[in-house]
Write a protein that binds this ligand. Structure first.
Ligand code: TPP
Length: 544
């Protein structure tokens, strides 16, 4: 016999969970106490449930196992909700464990009670509430299965405090590896036929290639078929950006001439992407519901393929297997027209990616900081981005090559950057992690950087201080020129904060200071903080 909490945790541990992010609460001290008996599980204590949640999201993204966070009922669960939304939008496996009020008081509107099914029902893949201690190991197992199969996503488990420490008999629930569904021979033959005949094909590649070997398989496929590849929203690191067949990303600011060219494609091969709102330019490319092009859509979840778009060849198999199995049967020689198509797309991309020359009298153009970072960043740098306009130069100009990684939320959630950097540095301590964050986003979860001091993580934090929620100001500038209520920021002394946390910190006030400061930050063996006094003007449409 063991306690239900031990049984629960042993199922997590047996299935590869080795880290839990948490903010403690009296409603789950039973579970918390049991964690102490699992030396294989690293317990990361956080300062806010949103920070813990973003760390778990980043961890789930890096390991493809569920990121796990434990929080208190009511207030803790409410703070953690942003992680559930992010995991759902980003297709990341996540398990949110909530200590629930005692079983006997359920549905009495007791102190800090929430009905989590109602609260999370529309954003979680599965919400379950234990009523019997013996259910706990089974719930842990099912949570892992639910979070990791089909489209990965968030699962919420509410565990009443009085069921956590009761004795249960230990049952071993361990996931067996299941063979991923391959595409059948007739589908592969059709795919080959379409790819060999198309004059203007385009691959749109998404996050399902973010698995071991996925990127390499995609690259081999693209090369063998000489087909240009465009990556889905914020999936820049899926395909080497310097490759001649890389033709850009589908994001929030694709120029008109590029989209026009994409529209003139005759075959779209959408691989491992859900063809979401942003990737499809608000469902305009491809056109909903029946694209102008022949559409091949492959995603490992039958709920996704054919849900919005009518694909000519819809495949609910594993996209990595598809690109491995779908290579040409004999060497493929593209036509002159097809070569010209790929070259034309690449030229448009190169024009977009070209670093701009920007100067301003109100501060440092943040793109110059990113440009310097590109020059000195190691080949395996991990870039963690918060949401904000400071991030635009990285998406547009940085150019990610294997094995560099981009960690940015598809949900556009502010507050992601700092916690994601902590989780990334914990998971991949051998790589340099750079976190870029705005003065708005930093004040949401920047407090989590204390973990970088505690655990001596060599993260370079770069804060863009433009005294504004600039992304929103840009929208204001377009809709209500010259009017900016609510987007000015009165800021604290960020260097004093960073130093107070125990970090080495410096400020960039002029462009000439960028190179030396970034160099010092990259060389530092511990966490390092740089505040950039950024230009606001260069980002505003009225100054363009
Ligand atoms: C949690 C959350 N709240 C609000 C928003 C809306 N929003 C998107 S970007 C942004 C401003 C970001 O400001 P800052 O971090 O200073 O970066 P900047 O845009 O100035 O570079 C806001 C408020 C959001 N995406 N996420």
């Amino acid at each position: 016999m063991s306690t239900a909490a031990h049984a629960f945790l042993s199922v997590l541990a047996d299935n590869g969970i080795d880290r839990i992010f948490q903010v403690p609460g009296e409603s789950y001290i039973g579970l918390l106490d049991a964690v102490a008996d699992f030396p294989s599980i690293d317990l990361v204590t956080c300062r806010h449930e949103a920070g813990a949640g973003f760390m778990a999201c980043a961890d789930g993204r890096l390991t493809r196992r569920p990121g796990v966070l434990m929080v208190s009922r009511g207030p803790g669960a409410s703070n953690a909700s942003i992680a559930v939304h992010t995991a759902q939008q980003d297709a990341i496996p996540l398990i949110l464990v909530i200590g629930q009020i005692p079983k006997k008081d359920l549905r009495r509107e007791a102190f800090q009670e929430i009905d989590y099914q109602s609260m999370f029902g529309s954003i979680a893949k599965w919400v379950a509430e234990a009523t019997d201690p013996a259910q706990l190991p089974e719930l842990a197992f099912k949570a892992i299965r639910m979070a990791t199969t089909g489209t990965p996503g968030p699962v919420v488990l509410a565990i009443p405090e009085d069921v956590q420490q009761q004795a249960v008999s230990q049952v071993h629930w361990v996931a067996q590896a299941h063979e991923r569904l391959p595409a059948g021979p007739s589908s592969l033959a059709r795919l080959r036929q379409l790819l060999s005949q198309a004059e203007r094909p385009l691959v749109i590649a998404g996050g399902a290639f973010d698995v071991e070997g996925g990127r390499e398989a995609l690259q081999a496929f693209a090369q063998a078929w000489q087909v240009p590849v465009c990556v889905a929203f914020r999936r820049h690191d899926i395909f080497p950006n310097s490759h001649p067949l890389f033709v850009g990303d589908l994001g929030l600011a694709n120029p008109h001439d590029q989209l026009q060219q994409f529209h003139s494609s005759d075959l779209i091969v959408a691989l491992g992407t859900r063809l979401d709102d942003v990737t499809t330019q608000n469902y305009a490319f491809p056109v909903l519901p029946k694209p102008a092009q022949t559409l091949v859509h492959c995603y490992p979840d039958p709920r996704v393929v054919g849900l919005h778009y009518a694909a000519d060849l819809g495949l609910t198999c594993d996209p990595v297997s598809l690109v491995r199995d779908g290579l040409p049967t004999e060497p493929f020689h593209p036509s002159a027209a097809r070569k010209a198509w790929a070259t034309g797309l690449r030229q448009i991309h190169e024009k977009i990616a070209h670093w701009p020359e920007r100067r301003s009298d109100d501060g440092v153009p943040f793109s110059e900081v990113v440009r310097c970072l590109k020059r000195v960043a190691p080949a395996d740098v991990r870039i963690c981005l918060d949401a904000g306009t400071f991030a635009a130069p990285t998406y547009r100009h940085f150019g990610f090559d294997f094995p560099q990684r981009l960690m940015a939320p598809l949900s556009g959630a502010m507050g992601y950057g700092t916690p994601a950097a902590i989780a990334t540095a914990l998971r991949q301590p051998e790589s340099k992690v750079v976190c870029m964050v705005g003065d708005g986003g930093f004040m949401m979860t920047g407090n989590e950087m204390i973990a970088a001091i505690e655990r001596k993580l060599p993260i370079l934090f770069i804060l863009s201080n433009n005294a504004s929620y600039a992304s929103i100001r840009i929208h204001q500038d377009r809709a209500y020129p010259g009017r900016h209520p609510g987007t000015d920021l009165f800021n604290p002394d960020f260097l004093a904060i960073a130093r107070g946390f125990g970090m080495t910190a410096e400020r960039i006030e002029h462009e000439e200071q960028i190179a030396a400061a970034i160099e010092r930050g990259m060389q530092a063996s511990g966490p390092y903080f740089i505040e950039v006094m950024s230009s606001l003007k260069v980002t505003l449409p009225s100054a363009a």
